[in-house]
Design a protein around this ligand. Structure first.
Ligand SMILES: [Zn+2]
Length: 272
């Protein structure tokens, strides 16, 4: 079973819900050290992963993209400016994607095959989404979230890996991982659920997904392991959602690496 390990490379203040509360003076750029910490851990286990890198991070830190590729990981796109896809027009989205692909391919020296939208912001409001990906040579996507949350996702989204056929081509879709339990669907193995839920729940979820014949997709952000973020004042719930559980993340990731095998997402394409 091919489980995929994925990292969305962005700064802590790029997170969509947090960003409006972070004034310029608080924008302490910590992405390089935080991403390197993840890469060092992966290296201990000889694991390669997919890094969905934000174009603007690549522009600010070209050496980081070269390092990700140089250490054997897959470089994929997280767009340029972390704009929510459903708040963009088709043209704006395409420009944002194209700009990210240009810099990521130049720095990594390889073709970018994969894309993940900022904050899973794809849905009924973005009917053009997959056509734009096809036009720009993207082979797989991991932007559908099969659970409705206040910011993103829809319970109408499929839970399983599937192929999206468009007039001019096809895109393989790997939705965020979820489990069905008690007649409901719950996200598992990534972001806030990985950080906030006990590790045992994540491990149970991954095993359950594997028993369904699917690979699980684990995802995290570099800032989720960074305990030194200088959070400015913000609503208590927003702060809690982004800060809680960071201390235990490294240990959790280590345990997952001990318990399961992981691969870059592009490798899962070959399998499916
Ligand atoms: Zn993001």
């Amino acid at each position: 079973m091919q489980n995929a390990l994925t990292v969305d490379v962005e700064n802590w203040y790029d997170a969509s819900l947090l960003s409006p509360y972070v004034p310029a003076g608080y924008r302490d750029d910590r992405v390089v050290a935080a991403t390197r910490e993840i890469m060092d851990l992966l290296e201990e286990f000889g694991v390669r992963a997919t890094f969905f890198v934000l174009g603007k991070v690549a522009e600010e830190h070209p050496g980081l993209v070269k390092e990700i590729a140089g250490r054997g990981h897959e470089v994929a796109s997280h767009g340029w400016g972390h704009q929510l896809a459903y708040r963009q027009t088709e043209e704006e989205f395409e420009e944002d994607l194209h700009r990210s692909l240009e810099i990521l391919e130049r720095l990594s020296g390889g073709k970018v095959k994969g894309y993940r939208a900022p904050s899973w912001s794809v849905g009924v409001e973005t009917p053009w989404f997959f056509d734009v990906l096809v036009r720009n040579g993207i082979e797989y996507d991991s932007s559908l979230f099969p659970v409705k949350t206040p910011l993103f996702g829809s319970s109408d989204n499929p839970r399983h890996f599937h192929i999206i056929e468009r007039k001019k081509g096809r895109v393989v879709e790997f939705p965020a991982s979820s489990v069905r339990f008690g007649g409901k669907t719950f996200p598992v193995g990534g972001g806030a659920s990985l950080r906030l839920l006990p590790l045992a729940v994540t491990k149970w979820g991954i095993k359950r997904i594997n028993r369904e014949g699917m690979g699980a997709i684990v995802y995290l952000h570099p800032w989720e392991m960074d305990t030194g973020i200088p959070f400015p004042p913000m609503p208590f719930r927003t702060r809690l959602l982004h800060s809680r559980g960071r201390k235990g993340m490294k240990k959790k990731l280590r345990k997952l690496l001990e318990s399961f095998s992981f691969h870059p997402m592009a490798d899962c394409l070959i399998d499916n």
